[in-house]
Design a protein around this ligand. Structure first.
Ligand code: ZN
Length: 225
């Protein structure tokens, strides 16, 4: 499904037929996954913050506190102007549900093609894939809350828990976590990632790297509590 997002569709009717299905199954037609609900149980009473590159709204669905959440790369539930002519995002649920219901032979009716209310250009997904990604007011507010949180934790006993971050965008979570762990002798770094659980030698003594399935590990940790 992820690869399909980069396909050059011939028409906007096809483009939105495909995208509306993708958005629907990944954003609206689902319940929170077990790892998310278990993770929430583990952190609920703690001073936590979630930094994520996921765009599927699972943290919100599971009930995480919205003020302790920064989703850096966008959200399947939001659209923006494809020309990025203004810094605003738009909720797409109602239109996406209509696109799914009314599409025939992999095409949506032309009148459902979303257009920018300011410049008239086609709308597009609010997902970071190039420099046109719109960071709206909510994005900047979450970014500031994350920075404040990190500042308050300086020099304190903190766990940097990294779950399933791969090599695609390591500069957002992985490298900063390594660096902040290195700079704070009270910090512990933990990484759960089947196939890619590693850390630099400099922080190895204060690191836990589990080359395992995230769901299994969270289940075991919850049972120990
Ligand atoms: Zn526009």
């Amino acid at each position: 499904m992820y690869s399909g997002g980069f396909y050059p569709y011939n028409t906007l009717e096809e483009f939105w037929a495909w995208w509306s299905r993708h958005i629907y199954v990944n954003r609206y037609d689902l319940t929170p996954g077990e790892p998310y609900t278990r993770l929430l149980e583990l952190v609920r009473d703690k001073d936590y913050f979630v930094l994520t590159t996921n765009v599927d709204h699972q943290f919100q669905l599971a009930g995480f506190d919205k003020t302790r959440l920064f989703y850096t790369q966008g959200d399947y539930g939001l659209w923006q102007c494809s020309k990025a002519c203004h810094d605003k995002t738009y909720d797409n649920e109602e239109t996406v549900r209509r696109m799914v219901a009314e599409q025939r032979e992999m095409r949506i009716p032309s009148e459902l093609i979303p257009r920018c209310p300011v410049c008239g250009a086609p709308m597009t997904m609010n997902l970071r894939c190039d420099l046109t990604f719109v960071q709206d007011e909510g994005w900047y507010a979450a970014s500031r809350r994350y920075e404040d949180f990190i500042r308050r934790q300086e020099g304190r006993h903190i766990l940097f828990l990294e779950l399933g971050v791969g090599g695609n965008t390591p500069v957002i979570i992985k490298y900063p976590f390594w660096q902040m762990t290195a700079e704070n002798p009270q910090a512990v770094y933990a990484c759960v990632n089947r196939g890619e659980a590693v850390c630099p030698r400099e922080i190895a003594e204060r690191s836990v790297c589990l080359n395992r399935d995230i769901g299994e590990v969270l289940r075991e940790v919850s049972q120990d509590e």
